[in-house]
Ligand binder design. Structure first.
Ligand code: ATP
Length: 286
């Protein structure tokens, strides 16, 4: 048996953390959307009991540290299926960029295995399984614009976004998500207005969405990587209506209402930042 699934990157239009649980885990309140920047994950059964990972990105771990491996292991344990599988990842989403690539690969593996073995797990069951891998995996199981709360497991799908384009710019720095989160616990953060962002989406109101995008982690990451702030400013200067960091960074995205404007911003920022992408929201799992 063999199956190839799309694993889209996500953007955080809004990211807030209302509080930290006594066990140190974070309570999230995030608005996420999937975009047309996509990994392709092939899952194939083999005659052995091993889980093998192959990827074209040499720097990715090909063992149990790979989130796709962890997802497969959890799935096979839960369902008591004794099968060997080989997972081949064609990587297009930049790694450790705040775009949830590893989580999306893990969710793709769970969806593929559920389909291939006809195990009939619901999206909610897959999401709870995925939560054991990473807090972004439950969202990636649904893969459409959603409000994500709790530790990542409460996913409420939202209306399709109005027409918009994103220009992504990733500075050449590495950000450790756990380190940013540790720092967040001891820092006073700016809370974006997630409710206003939600009503912008509910009302199909592009400007209301743009004006209420925000990320509580931004100032923490920027303190170490001031170039993120410069990229934000440049995206606005080149014509984006808003610009925000995604996840714990370092990728920043600018938002535009049409392709012509987005292309202009893309061309201008390309002269300043080496890794840039032009993309739109996608609802690949609809
Ligand atoms: P998050 O914000 O959820 O931490 P991210 O989008 O910033 O994620 P990822 O690309 O998911 O970053 O990678 C985070 C870490 O996970 C990296 O250190 C990477 O080596 C590891 N990783 C494990 N499996 C994968 C995978 N399949 N794809 C990408 N990274 C992976």
């Amino acid at each position: 048996m063999k199956m190839i699934v799309r694993a889209p990157a996500k953007l955080n239009l809004g990211l807030d953390s209302p509080f930290v649980h006594p066990d140190g885990s974070i309570e999230w309140r995030m608005v996420m959307t999937s975009i047309g920047l996509v990994d392709y994950v092939q899952v194939e059964t083999i005659q052995s009991s091993a889980i093998k990972i192959r990827s074209d990105a040499g720097f990715l771990p090909n063992d149990r540290r790979n989130l796709a491996y962890q997802a497969a292991k959890l799935f096979l344990n839960l369902t008591h299926i004794k099968a060997g599988i080989i997972i081949s990842i064609e990587k297009h989403i930049p790694v450790a960029a705040g775009l949830g690539g590893g989580s999306s690969d893990a969710a793709a593996v769970l969806r593929a295995l559920n389909e291939m073995f006809q195990t009939g797990l619901s999206q909610k069951q897959l999401a709870m399984l995925g939560l054991q891998v990473d807090s972004d995996v439950p969202y990636c199981i649904y893969g459409r614009t959603a409000l994500v709360e709790g530790r990542g497991e409460i996913v409420t799908p939202l209306k399709k976004l109005p027409k918009m384009w994103f220009v992504l710019a990733k500075p050449n720095v590495s950000v450790s998500t756990p380190r940013i989160i540790r720092r967040m616990v001891h820092t006073k953060i700016d809370h974006p207005n997630i409710d206003a962002l939600l009503s912008g989406i509910q009302n199909d109101h592009y400007s209301q969405i743009v004006n209420n995008m925000g990320n509580a982690l931004e100032s923490i990451t920027i303190a170490n990587h001031p170039q993120i702030s410069t990229i934000k400013e440049r995206l606005l200067k080149y014509g984006a209506d808003g610009s925000v960091m995604s996840g714990s960074g370092p990728t920043v995205f600018g938002i535009c209402p049409n392709e012509t404007r987005a292309r202009r911003v893309f061309n201008s920022i390309s002269g300043f930042c080496s890794e840039v992408y032009l993309t739109q929201p996608e609802c690949s799992m609809d």
